[in-house]
Design a protein around this ligand. Structure first.
Ligand SMILES: Cc1cc2nc3c(=O)[nH]c(=O)nc-3n(C[C@H](O)[C@H](O)[C@H](O)COP(=O)(O)OP(=O)(O)OC[C@H]3O[C@@H](n4cnc5c(N)ncnc54)[C@H](O)[C@@H]3O)c2cc1C
Length: 184
């Protein structure tokens, strides 16, 4: 799994605080803006966080994980297409317990061979993909405002979420914390 922050609204906390400032006719210097952005988050004035956006490139996650990811309605997604991209050399993500119980290399070869067999028979990629498991890797670009990212982290970086999406959420939170500690 790899998570890469592609783009973030420049000076996000400053900008959020500046936008929020018009509600209160407040001072507009950068330090006040950043303090105000943090206060808005703490007090639950979360609509202010919708004025800044972050875009992540996420690779090497399973289709099982991406299916959970896309349930977050306020994030927007572009996902690698299995209709247009040949999946013969697709990678797979396996839970530790599965790897310990099975020869996953053999399993992966079998899935790739089934898939390639269908392609060789003239079956379209969009139909051949039906023999691939949820373990097949995918790639996404995900954009959202900072309130949507807070919601996602709140839901998915917890012990109740599955290990894979939890790892994604944890890494997204880490990178956002690094860039905007006032909010994350
Ligand atoms: C541990 C866990 C287990 C899950 N198991 C299942 C499962 O078995 N089956 C399944 O189908 N899904 C499951 N999900 C997915 C879950 O049902 C949600 O689809 C997903 O987590 C997105 O959350 P959300 O819809 O609450 O809000 P999001 O889409 O993330 O939206 C963010 C926020 O917007 C607000 N919001 C969104 N939609 C509405 C609305 N219609 N009305 C009012 N406010 C709204 C809420 O405040 C929400 O928190 C699971 C999720 C988790 C975290």
């Amino acid at each position: 799994m790899n998570v890469n922050l592609l783009q973030l609204t420049p000076n996000a906390a400053d900008f959020i605080g500046r936008c929020a400032g018009i509600c209160y006719n407040s001072r507009q210097d950068s330090a006040s803006n950043i303090r105000r952005a943090a206060a808005c988050k703490d007090k639950g004035h979360l609509a202010t966080l919708r004025f800044a956006h972050a875009t992540f490139h996420v690779t090497g996650i399973s289709r099982a994980c991406s299916h959970q990811f896309v349930r977050s309605k306020h994030l927007d997604f572009l996902q690698q297409s299995q209709r247009y991209v040949n999946q013969k050399d697709v990678s797979f993500v396996w839970p530790d317990k599965v790897q310990q119980s099975l020869d996953v290399t053999k399993l992966e070869r079998a899935f790739s061979d089934f898939y390639d067999y269908l392609i060789q028979q003239g079956i379209k990629k969009e139909d051949a993909r039906f023999v691939l498991p949820e373990a097949a890797c995918t790639e996404l670009i995900v954009v959202g405002n900072l309130q949507a990212w807070l919601d996602f982290i709140h839901l998915r970086n917890t012990e109740h979420a599955q290990w894979e999406i939890r790892a994604v959420a944890k890494e997204i939170e880490r990178q956002l914390h690094e860039s905007i500690p006032e909010i994350f």
